[in-house]
Every structure is written in structure tokens, then in C-alpha cells.
Design a protein around this ligand. Structure first.
Ligand SMILES: Cc1cc2nc3c(=O)[nH]c(=O)nc-3n(C[C@H](O)[C@H](O)[C@H](O)COP(=O)(O)OP(=O)(O)OC[C@H]3O[C@@H](n4cnc5c(N)ncnc54)[C@H](O)[C@@H]3O)c2cc1C
Length: 376
């Protein structure tokens, strides 16, 4: 029994599930082949209230809460709909504008993000640095009422489709040389260009791109919050981003456990059902026990997030354990499928490959251990 959700959340789940089954699942393989999701899908999702669920009505949003966000994340994970980068847009990029934007910025930018007309990305990582955010180099030089932006970002989720970039930059002069500033950059600005869509081993349908900034002139009014305060903003928002990975892991493991139970029940080996072998039952029992432990902890963290009390070290624990279990348990489930587990038409195979990145992005497992270790 899960107690973290209200009844209206569960009603919303039915709506989300219907949308995913109708508008995403039948087309997912094609998007994996194309390496990108068409923008029309974003507009359909926006019309259904599936984008930016926590944006208040005054900015055109559905005015939901973190519970509605989590329902969408869980349902996308259930379907292994990894091509659609809705979560990065709704839960990671847009919240920077909601949290640190001025009234004018929110009114100007958020409504189009809610409808899906404007796809927003968060650009921190650069070719030279990912984990060590403070070492980033993208510069923003003040010229009168503008910033002149130069640099490069890489591995940016939804980069190919991006209409708006929340970019982490460095504004000279900096007190210590390491301060970060967040600046919103519209994709139509002169000097901005998108690089190639990067070829990946998993998340094949999700567009992950390089972005280039060559003397891009942006008004100072596009800055989010204060100059040099960006690292604090990022650290605060990253806790939620890390919990998202854990929520996804818990739902993915549960779904694939059930699929594996169905598979081994039907599969005959040496004259009896694969489920009758003690090894199979013990492996599945272990997966069930571990995924139940994960679910309880993730729901605990979700409740903390709803109360605004999720700390970065607790979120790091959820991300570390969620992503590591996601990988190790899916590997056990794949093994129980034999050769079919290696075939792309089986959901377990794609989920297994897609899960690998969970230990890397949004902060690697090693960085999560660093964050946790600081509390010892
Ligand atoms: C599919 C995908 C989508 C992504 N989407 C985005 C996005 O939308 N926006 C964005 O900004 N970024 C995005 N990223 C980037 C991602 O967050 C980084 O790849 C990640 O933070 C790791 O940085 P790095 O790749 O530079 O690895 P590095 O920092 O070079 O790390 C290499 C290795 O060194 C280890 N390491 C680093 N520091 C330490 C330390 N102090 N102690 C011990 N070990 C350490 C790491 O754990 C890792 O094992 C995405 C990445 C991928 C793969």
C-alpha cells in the first residue's frame, strides 16, 4: 500500500497512462529509429496537461503538485518511454524559471512551455567537464545591457528540439573565478547553433545534442536570479533531478519484474515451467524484496520533496541506490529471459540498455558517494 498519493493523483495516473498507451507506445520504435521525437507529440502532451504539471494556472499551467509530476515519471518508466524527454523539460529545465525567474520572465516564457510550443533544456555539461561543474568555461561578458555569450555545451537532452536554453555560464569578473550564472537563451538568437545529435548505446529515441554559442547577444533581463549565484540554484534543483532517477528506477524494476514473472511462467525448459525452478523463484524473490525496499525509500523521499524538505544527501542516497539497483536487478531479469532477453523486441533488453546511463547522468554514482560521505 502506497500512501504518498492522493485520490486525484491516482485519477490523473489513468489519464496519463491512456495518453502514453495511445500517443507514445505505438510510435516509440520509430522514434528510436529516428533518434528524435516529433514536436507534434510535445503539443499533444501539452494539451493533455502532461507538460510542466506544477506550473501555476497564472502562467498557463495545470497548477498541480509534485505528486502529479511523479505520476508522469512513473508512467513513462512503466512504458519504458525513454524517447520522450518530457521530464527534463517539465521537471528540470522549466523549474529554474519558476523558481528563480522574475514575474515578467515567468509570464513571457512559461505558457509556451506548458503547451509544448517551446521546449526548454538545461545546459550545464561541456566537453571538458561534467562532474566538476565549477570548472565549466562558457563565458558571458557584460556589454551595456547585454551579455555576449561564447562557449559550447554537450550531452544536452532535447538539444535538437530546443527552443529555449537555460545555460550555466561564467560572468566576468568573478570573486573566485568559479561562480556560475544562469542565463536563458532563445534558440533563434544569432550566433546560436545546434550540433549533431549524438549517437548513443541507449535512450535511442531521446535527442541528445551539442550546442554552440558564438557571440550570442542576450539581454541582461534574460538572467535567472542573481549573477554568480547559479551553483547554489543548481545544487538545490539537482536534489529533485536525482530523486527523479530513483522514481524511474523503482517503477521500471516493478514493471519488468511482473513481465519477467509472466515470461518464466510460460517458458518451458526441460519439461517444466521456468518459474518452477528454485533458482528462478529465488532470483525473483530477491528482486521483489530489493525493489520493495527501494520503493519505500523513494516514496519517503517523494513525501519529503512534497514538503520541501528533501536534502541533497538524502536525494543522493536515493539516486545512488536507485540507479545501481536498476542496473543490477534488470540484469538478473534479463538473464531469466535467456536469448530473448538480448532481442530488441523484448522490453527487458531495451530497458536494460537504457538503465545504464542512470548511474552517469544527473551526477555519477561516484559523485553521489562524495555527497553522502560529506555527512559522515
Ligand atoms: C544521455 C545523457 C544525457 C545528458 N543530459 C544532460 C543535460 O540535459 N544537461 C546537462 O547539462 N548534462 C547532461 N548530461 C551530462 C551528464 O550529467 C554528465 O555526463 C555527468 O554529470 C558526468 O560528467 P562527465 O560525462 O563529464 O564525466 P566526468 O566528470 O569526466 O567523470 C568521469 C568519471 O570520473 C568520475 N569522477 C569524477 N569526479 C570524481 C570524483 N571527485 N571522485 C571520484 N570519481 C570522480 C566519474 O564518476 C566518472 O566515473 C547528459 C549525459 C548523458 C549521457
Amino acid at each position: 500500500m502506497r500512501t504518498v498519493y492522493r485520490e486525484d493523483h491516482e485519477l490523473f495516473r489513468h489519464q496519463v497512462r491512456r495518453f502514453i498507451d495511445r500517443e507514445i507506445v505505438p510510435f516509440h520504435s520509430q522514434w528510436e529509429h529516428d533518434g528524435i521525437v516529433p514536436k507534434e507529440v510535445w503539443l499533444k502532451a501539452g494539451a493533455e496537461g502532461m507538460l510542466c504539471p506544477t506550473v501555476p494556472e497564472e502562467y498557463g499551467g495545470p497548477g498541480g503538485d509534485v505528486g502529479h509530476s511523479a505520476i508522469i515519471i512513473e508512467e513513462l518508466a512503466r512504458a519504458n518511454a525513454t524517447a520522450v524527454g518530457f521530464t527534463t523539460h517539465s521537471e528540470i529545465a522549466a523549474p529554474y524559471i519558476l523558481a528563480y525567474g522574475t514575474e515578467e520572465q515567468k509570464k513571457k516564457w512559461l505558457p509556451a512551455m506548458v503547451t509544448g510550443a517551446s521546449i526548454c533544456v538545461i545546459a550545464m555539461t561541456e566537453p571538458g567537464t561534467g562532474s566538476d561543474l565549477r570548472a565549466m568555461r562558457m563565458s558571458a561578458v557584460r556589454e551595456g545591457d547585454d551579455y555576449l555569450i561564447n562557449g559550447q555545451k554537450t550531452f544536452i537532452t532535447n538539444g535538437g528540439n530546443a527552443d529555449m536554453i537555460v545555460a550555466a555560464c561564467k560572468v566576468e569578473p568573478m570573486p573566485t573565478g568559479k561562480e556560475i550564472t544562469l542565463i536563458c537563451i532563445e534558440a533563434e538568437r544569432a550566433g546560436f547553433s545546434k550540433g549533431r545529435r549524438l549517437e548513443k548505446i541507449g535512450l535511442k529515441g531521446q535527442d541528445t545534442s551539442e550546442l554552440f554559442f558564438d557571440n550570442v547577444r542576450v539581454p541582461v533581463g534574460n538572467r535567472l536570479g542573481e549573477e554568480h549565484k547559479g551553483f547554489g540554484y543548481l545544487s538545490h534543483q539537482l536534489a529533485k533531478e536525482r530523486l527523479i532517477i530513483a522514481i524511474r528506477a523503482a517503477s521500471s524494476i516493478e514493471t519488468l519484474l511482473q513481465e519477467t514473472v509472466d515470461y518464466v511462467r510460460d517458458r518451458q525448459v526441460f519439461g517444466k515451467s521456468l518459474l518452477e525452478y528454485q533458482n528462478t523463484r529465488f532470483k525473483l524473490a530477491e528482486v521483489k524484496a530489493k525493489s520493495t525496499m527501494l520503493r519505500v525509500f523513494v516514496d519517503h523521499c517523494l513525501a519529503l520533496l512534497m514538503e520541501g524538505k528533501l536534502s541533497s544527501d538524502v536525494a543522493a542516497m536515493a539516486k545512488l541506490m536507485g540507479s545501481e539497483l536498476h542496473n543490477s536487478l534488470l540484469d538478473e531479469l534479463l538473464q531469466l529471459h535467456g536469448g530473448y532477453g538480448f532481442m530488441s523486441e523484448y522490453k527487458i533488453s531495451r530497458a536494460w540498455v537504457d538503465a545504464r546511463v542512470a548511474r552517469i547522468y544527473a551526477g555519477t554514482s561516484e559523485i553521489m558517494k562524495e555527497i553522502i560521505a560529506r555527512t559522515l
